[in-house]
Write a protein that binds this ligand. Structure first.
Ligand code: HEC
Length: 156
């Protein structure tokens, strides 16, 4: 093979690897769809901070697991409804399923959780940098990456 065609093959390979990586990154958060039934779960935490109000929901099964010291079960969705100045602003959602997250490097991975941000109209917020979610929840590894873990424990 001539040097030129080797370079062409190498370039094509590089492109296809790059395309695969990009697709993987998208496939992660796209697993999380809008949780239409979130309000049927338990509203276990409310945060008021300045003009911001957050109402946080999850399933009864997740609350029970945390209370009993068990891992949060596969299939758990946690929905944070974010209000600003009393108006619905957006939703941020994390969802955990067996096997999720396995393709992430350890320094990014949050166990089996995936993250997604939705606009007030429930569409995906495509402008959100989801790496921020991972990096800010990562330090809570000892409580399964959930900041409001203690509120789950004390939920009724
Ligand atoms: C700057 C740090 C930070 C970033 C970035 C961040 N979070 Fe959080 N998240 C928090 C904190 C702190 C809480 C606890 C509630 C509070 O104090 O506002 C929280 C709570 C949550 C909750 C409720 C469960 C829990 O962990 O308490 C969900 C769901 C959530 N965040 C999803 C997301 C998603 C999705 C993104 C990215 C779009 C994201 N977060 C980005 C810090 C962050």
């Amino acid at each position: 093979m001539k040097a030129k065609s080797i370079r062409a093959v190498a370039a094509a390979l590089t492109l296809s690897v790059a395309a695969t990586l990009t697709w993987d990154a998208k496939a992660g958060s796209e697993l999380v769809t809008f949780p239409e039934t979130y309000a049927e779960g338990v509203r276990y935490a409310v945060v008021n901070r300045g003009n911001l109000r957050e109402e946080i929901f999850t399933s009864r099964a997740a609350i029970d697991a945390v209370k009993q010291g068990h891992p949060i079960p596969s299939g758990t969705v946690i929905t944070l409804v974010d209000y600003r100045d009393g108006a619905l602003y957006r939703y941020v959602v994390m969802e955990k399923r067996t096997g999720w997250g396995a393709d992430y490097p350890p320094e990014k991975r949050n166990g089996e959780w995936e993250f997604q941000a939705f606009n007030a109209d429930k569409s995906v917020n495509t402008n959100e940098t989801l790496d921020r979610c991972f990096s800010c929840h990562k330090p809570r590894e000892r409580q399964d990456f959930v900041h409001t873990f203690d509120q789950m424990k004390s939920a009724r």
